[in-house]
Design a protein around this ligand. Structure first.
Ligand code: GTP
Ligand code: MG
Length: 193
């Protein structure tokens, strides 16, 4: 997709704030600091429409970005950040569950994992949660630029195996630094919008 228009619609914390415009939505999911917001920026050719940070916990709300007036990317706060209180973690869980379970126009989830490392227990839990609600899942394995070319395939296999993906499940090796994987990611997303 050639992106000609991208704008923030709203930063929401609860259902009543979600956009009333029921165009398809692609929501990001993944560990804090894995590169969800960076993924959105790279896909839409914008340096910092979605705010990123080298410190985990940057995205705190559900941020709806309207792309070409045809779909929303929904940036989501990450999980697995140790320095949050129990109360905060519960509020986060409630906010995400409400969105992923109840949003009718949610078309697919882009589960972002770090290709350098084995997916974590939280990644596996998130994958199973999304599967349970029968959401199509596109696995984006990011930080590809940090892995030597001859090691990439074994990292992809490790990701597949650890998450327990079916052969037909798509994994897109991706780099927000170099843009590698961008065409494949768009192809995967375009099926759902
Ligand atoms: P939260 O909002 O805290 O959940 O984090 P996030 O998943 O949105 O991560 P964010 O996009 O803010 O990126 C975190 C850090 O990782 C930033 O310093 C990015 O520059 C870096 N980063 C993201 N993607 C890549 C990538 O593909 N390659 C490299 N080398 N760095 C990346
Ligand atoms: Mg973020």
């Amino acid at each position: 997709m050639k992106v000609t228009k991208a704008e923030i619609v709203i930063s929401a914390v609860s259902k009543k704030q979600y956009p009333s415009d029921l165009i398809p939505e692609i929501a990001l999911a993944g560990r804090s600091n894995v590169g969800k917001s960076s993924f959105i920026n790279k896909m839409i050719n914008r340096k910092s429409l979605a705010r990123t940070s080298s410190k985990p916990g940057k995205t705190q709300t559900l941020n709806f970005y309207k792309i070409n007036d045809v779909f929303h990317f929904v940036d989501v706060p990450g999980y697995g950040y140790a320095k949050v209180s129990k109360t905060e973690r519960e509020a986060w869980g409630k906010m995400l569950e409400e969105y992923f379970v109840e949003r009718d126009n949610l078309s697919a989830a882009a589960l972002v994992v770090d290709l350098r490392h084995k997916p974590t227990a939280d990644d596996i839990t998130m994958y199973n949660f999304l599967k349970h609600y029968e959401l199509p899942i596109i696995v984006i394995a990011t930080k590809l630029d940090k892995i030597a070319k001859n090691k990439r395939e074994s990292h992809v296999q490790q990701t597949r195996k650890t998450l327990g993906l079916a052969p037909e499940d798509i994994v897109v090796p991706f780099s927000s630094e170099t843009g590698e994987g961008k065409d494949k990611a768009w192809k995967a997303i375009e099926q759902f919008i």
